[in-house]
Ligand binder design. Structure first.
Ligand code: NDP
Length: 470
């Protein structure tokens, strides 16, 4: 439906800089309408109080509809954010679909508790939905992150108002249409596209919203904490990105395999991944051989047209974002004195698009912005370490704590290092392998709260005690 004031914004494809859609530009008024619709839907209980088996059926139908329309969704995602179409087909759409099916299958298998009390009482402890959830989503994996939020929130009986990022509103709108077709009752799922200040902030400040679940930048995440504090004290969970290090120890078993995983771990999705392995902290004896391999990997990964099935490195999300990434690389390789080993230039496989060569730098100072700040582009910084102890200090030496990896042939050493890395996920001798069964989220500036796994159900419910006198 159109925005209350009829305004629209242009959705530009980073593939070629063309406008692919005009989208309703939601304002505080639209957010208010959506939140009130969500509140009414929650309060009437059709969804919130439904038998979990009924919610499961609707969510499974939704997953089937995603299967049926998978090509359309993949095309939308690829055109909207520049993901290679093969990744959109094989990763984005199936991951979103599987997430909805996973929570559908889980929701009728979750039990409550009976608390230990004396014989004169029965204390039941159960989980109840929170009410209206505000979900604010970034542009880097719109389908997947939308599903990570919607599936557990809806499975547990909440109503949701979702604001997608202005760069990538299309797949969330399409997903919501399929949800309605699958049988989500009116008002249970609402999408308000628009800009952060115009639609995101009113959602964060709305007093009828019970919780905000947010993925995006540290700065905006902290704003949501302020909005909550200044409105109704709603719950807030935050996933705020990272600067994830690979710790490569001198006894790594297979340097080729490590280099391959490190290359994919930073250049997949053009580095626009919150847990991208954007730093390599490597013991001094291996700096040269590892850097050689990473440079070779980067040279082979040529930016291409996202619409071509053979493309492995697509576009960055927008020309504006590309400018920001380029500026960070220029600064690092210029005044900050990092050594540029490969890349550092724009590419133009499709005229008018936002493309960049995979880039590897060796950073000389752990305090440099290229080591400390999230670049969110295909840019890898190598840091030298004297020994394992020094490597741990360097790896932990940023504000972030989303993910990390350790590479060592000694499993005891690897576990000892993993234990001391401050991160929500640590991979050992691999990178970016995950499952819906494992929680995902961070510590420190990377936020708090977890998406995925049964623990995400806790994030959208509260514990209710019912005490019965016997
Ligand atoms: P933002 O944090 O700015 O945006 C994330 C979401 O928040 C979007 O829906 C955005 O809307 C909304 N938003 C923005 N400003 C406000 C506000 N003042 N009040 C309420 N909502 C707001 O991320 P960006 O897209 O600008 O990316 C900036 C950087 O953030 C990236 O370069 C990267 O470092 C990091 N990032 C991290 C992600 C992660 O997965 N953790 C994902 C994306 C970005 P709108 O798009 O309309 O502004």
């Amino acid at each position: 439906m159109p925005a209350a004031d009829g305004r629209v914004f242009e959705d530009v494809s980073p593939r070629d800089g063309r406008v692919i859609a005009e989208v309703a530009r939601g304002s505080a008024e639209d957010v208010d309408l959506a939140v009130r619709a969500a509140r009414r839907a929650f309060d009437d209980g059709t969804w919130a109080l439904a038998d979990p088996v009924q919610r499961k059926r609707v969510l499974l139908r939704w997953a089937s509809l995603i299967d049926e329309r998978s090509e359309e969704l993949a095309q939308l995602e690829s055109a909207d954010v520049g993901h290679p179409i093969t990744d959109a087909r094989n990763v984005d759409v199936p991951n979103a679909r599987n997430c909805i099916a996973w929570y559908a299958e889980a929701i009728d298998k979750v039990y409550g508790e009976i608390a230990p009390t004396g014989a004169d009482a029965l204390a039941l402890v159960g989980r109840e939905p929170l009410g209206v959830i505000g979900a604010v989503i970034p542009w880097n994996y719109p389908l997947i992150i939308t599903a990570w939020k919607l599936a557990p929130a809806l499975a547990t009986g909440n109503s949701v108002v979702l604001k997608p990022a202005e760069q990538s509103p299309l797949s969330a709108l399409a997903l919501a249409e399929l949800g309605a077709e699958a049988g989500l009752p009116d008002g249970v799922l609402n999408v308000v596209p628009g800009f952060g200040e115009e639609a995101g902030e009113p959602l964060g400040r709305h007093v009828l919203v019970d919780k905000i679940t947010f993925t995006g930048s540290v700065d905006v995440g902290r704003r949501f904490l302020r909005y909550a504090g200044e409105s109704n004290g709603k719950a807030v969970s935050l996933e705020l990105g990272g600067k994830s290090p690979h710790v490569v120890l001198a006894d790594v078993e297979d340097l080729d395999r490590a280099a391959d995983a490190i290359g994919w771990g930073i250049f997949y999705n053009a580095g626009q991944t919150c847990h991208a392995g954007s730093r390599v902290v490597v013991e001094r004896s291996l700096v040269e051989p590892l850097a050689e391999r990473l440079v070779a990997f980067a040279r082979e990964m040529v930016p291409g047209d996202p619409a071509e099935a053979s493309t492995t490195l697509g576009a960055l999300v927008s020309g504006e974002h590309l400018d920001g990434v380029m500026a960070r690389v220029s600064r690092a390789a210029g005044g900050d004195g990092a050594r540029l080993l490969v890349g550092g230039s724009r590419a133009e496989p499709v005229p008018g698009g936002a493309y960049m060569e995979p880039t590897v730098l060796e950073a000389l100072d752990a305090a440099d912005p290229i080591v400390q700040e999230e670049v969110f582009g295909p840019v890898l910084a190598i840091q030298q370490a004297d020994d394992a102890e020094h490597a741990i200090a360097l790896a932990n030496g940023t504000g972030y704590g989303l993910a990390a990896a350790v590479w060592s042939s000694n499993i005891t050493t690897a576990h000892r290092v993993a234990r001391r890395l401050r991160a929500g996920t640590v991979w050992i001798n691999t990178f970016d392998i995950s499952s819906l069964a494992t929680p995902f989220g961070g510590v420190k500036d990377s936020g708090h709260g977890r998406d995925r796994s049964l623990h995400a159900l806790d994030a959208y419910t509260h514990l209710k005690t019912t005490w019965v006198a016997l």
